[in-house]
Design a protein around this ligand. Structure first.
Ligand code: NAD
Length: 419
């Protein structure tokens, strides 16, 4: 029997999340007691997830679910299958969800989960067994009014379908227990593209606010999964150029702009790097390419002090969660590079997840126009609030976003009371 253990501790993701919280809390003059209350996760669950592999052997993975703060509603957050998953990372991502749901004014708290596994090495049948076993072990804290998972790195609509089915076997038909489901099982139109759409909408707003014409702009995107591919699609559709994209093994760069529809079609069946257009670049080189908008859309922590100094973009639009360390934020501020934070730029995913949850509770479905209209409305209102705070208080966009979110959660906590 093989026991998978998490990698040795690499970063202190939760400390980074709390550093961003503290900087905003300082700017707000937030009381120490409420600060401590808001920083501590509400509940953390760690489970072992043993499954039988196709070759008959047994393997034991480690799974986590962290519920950070539920003052504003049920916990909400993705489920990640990746070898780097550990409790610290999940905790940090759960905290980000608290601030993201508050900033977007959707009635959820922050949660996140994950399994420490190399999902690409698992067969579909093994992934299904892993998902069902993991959900079985954490289902006591899940439910449409308690905690609602969604897709993240390494999980997709099929994974969400298994979750709905596993949960339903115990509790009856409950589509609102998970979001990001296939349309056939009560998923929402527009959920698949929602994260990339919000990245694109925030890019447009940021460009307009700071004097760069989005339609005539250039972008570079790290990661070509759900978030990166859709962001590339929407940017390319306006006539703007996507100069480079990458996957885990490196990227492709063409200063004339990549043919994004052809590349999207290509990666359905083939490896990204086998695409005939563009010069091969490493992920490090990609981060330093000259462009208007740099869009990290893969994993956290890729923009640290060293890579931030090499960035050659006017804006960083964060499609990934936590791609920028606090030190890199300082470097960007010194260098006049505008950062549109993750809790705004990738919030389309949780916003359309909210619409999916609403549709599931009512068993009444919206069309694509309605989803698009409501998403734009939410994002525009959030962008306007962040931009106004940035201007009025003279703080960077991330700090402004955190200040708005922290204020909303602090008010909700205060009204609930401690007893
Ligand atoms: P995904 O699994 O669909 O895609 C991840 C992409 O990153 C793939 O192209 C992969 O090849 C690439 N990648 C992995 N390791 C890399 C590395 N070391 N360097 C460069 N690229 C690498 O995942 P996703 O859903 O697109 O999520 C990407 C990011 O967006 C994550 O940070 C996630 O938390 C965030 N996010 C996703 C959603 C969503 O709805 N999917 C919502 C909010 C935030």
């Amino acid at each position: 029997m093989v026991v998978s253990s998490p990698p040795r501790h690499k970063t202190t993701d939760f400390e980074i999340a709390n550093r961003q919280f503290d900087l905003a809390a300082d700017a707000m003059g937030l009381d120490d007691q409420i600060r401590t209350l808001l920083k501590k996760p509400f509940r953390e669950l760690k489970v072992s997830v043993p499954i039988r592999l196709d070759n008959g052997s047994t393997r034991v993975f480690l799974g986590y679910r962290v519920q950070h703060n539920g003052a504003r509603g049920p916990f909400k957050g993705g489920l990640r299958f990746h070898p780097d998953v550990d409790l610290d990372e999940v905790r940090a991502l759960a905290a980000l969800m608290t601030w993201k749901t508050a900033l977007l004014h959707v009635p959820f708290g922050g949660g996140k989960g994950g399994v420490n596994c190399s999902h690409k090495e698992l067969s579909l049948a093994e992934k299904e067994r892993l998902t069902r076993k993991f959900i079985g072990r954490i289902s006591i804290i899940l439910g449409p009014n308690r905690d609602i998972p969604a897709p993240d790195v390494g999980t997709d609509a099929q994974t969400m379908a298994w979750i709905m089915d596993s949960y339903g076997r115990k509790s009856g038909y409950t589509p609102a227990c998970v979001t990001g489901k296939p349309l056939e099982l009560g998923g929402s139109v527009g959920r698949d593209s929602a994260t990339g759409r919000s990245t694109f909408l925030v890019l447009e707003e940021a460009g307009k606010a700071f004097g760069v014409d989005p339609g005539a702009s250039t972008s570079v995107i790290q990661g070509f999964g759900n978030a990166g591919r859709w962001a590339a699609h929407f940017i390319h559709a306006t006539g703007a150029k996507v100069l480079a994209v990458s996957g885990s093994k490196g990227g492709l760069y063409d200063p004339q702009g990549l043919d994004i529809p052809a590349l999207v079609e290509h990666v359905r069946t083939k490896h990204l790097l086998d695409f005939p257009q563009g010069k091969k670049v490493t992920n490090k080189e990609l981060l330093a390419l000259p462009c208007d908008f740099l869009i990290p859309a893969a994993l956290g922590g890729v923009l640290h002090e060293e890579t931030a100094r090499a960035v050659n973009a006017k804006f960083v639009i964060e499609a990934a969660n936590a791609p920028t360390t606090p030190r890199a934020d300082e470097v960007f501020e010194e260098r006049g590079i505008i950062v549109a934070p993750d809790i705004l730029a990738n919030a389309g995913g949780v916003t359309v997840s909210y619409f999916e949850w609403v549709q599931n509770l009512q068993q009444f479905f919206w069309d694509a126009d309605q989803v698009d209209r409501e998403l734009r409305k939410k994002l525009k209102a959030s962008w306007d609030a962040v931009y106004a705070t940035h201007r009025d208080k003279g703080v960077a966009l991330r700090r402004a976003a955190f200040m708005i979110a922290i204020d909303r959660v602090a008010r909700a906590e205060g009204m609930r009371g401690l007893e």
